[in-house]
Design a protein around this ligand. Structure first.
Ligand code: ADP
Length: 152
């Protein structure tokens, strides 16, 4: 049987407990999850790719999870990594509107590349990377929203 590999793309700036929940639930469905940190050279990040990769790897030690950074079309990278599914989380209708078209484009680009959506766990729905960045920028401790400890 073909190994079921899911590619989970995102900015992950930072990777949150909302993202962790999606990955842990996906591991019940897929044999392996590859977390792809999409990195646009024109956009600067708040947390570096290197640090974020390390923190995500720490979070999933011992589990069939890999972390890669990429700067290319998501569908192309998923195909290169032999992933047969894309994984995304859905929090609300705004997420849905965007995901609806992007998943159709991705399936057009790579035939048979299906996107699997997991609905957010309600207690994690309000967590967004944007809000966490804003809290952190102004000195608020954000540890309770992250599955790893930020270094001082
Ligand atoms: P992007 O910039 O591609 O939206 P994000 O890093 O913000 O990347 O999110 C990656 C994926 O995780 C998206 O599918 C997003 O909807 C999902 N996600 C983000 N936060 C949560 C959460 N709290 N619960 C469930 N899914 C989430």
């Amino acid at each position: 049987m073909n190994k079921k590999i899911a590619f989970f793309p995102g900015s992950f700036d930072p990777f949150t407990k909302g993202h962790e929940d999606i990955v842990l639930r996906a591991l019940e469905i897929f044999d392996e999850v590859i977390i792809g940190i999409g990195h646009n050279t024109n956009k600067s990040r708040y947390f570096s790719i290197e640090k974020m990769t390390e923190w995500i790897e720490q979070t999933f030690v011992g589990k069939p999870v890999r972390v890669v950074a990429y700067n290319n079309l998501t569908a192309t990278v998923a195909q290169e990594m032999n992933a047969n599914f894309l994984l995304r989380g859905l929090r609300n209708t705004t997420d849905f509107e965007y995901e609806n078209s992007i998943s159709q484009v991705n399936r057009y680009l790579v035939k048979g590349l299906e996107t699997v959506f997991l609905i957010t766990s309600p207690h994690l729905a309000p967590i967004s990377s944007t809000i966490i960045r804003d809290l952190h920028r102004y000195g608020t401790n954000v540890d309770e929203f992250l599955p790893y400890k930020l270094e001082e």
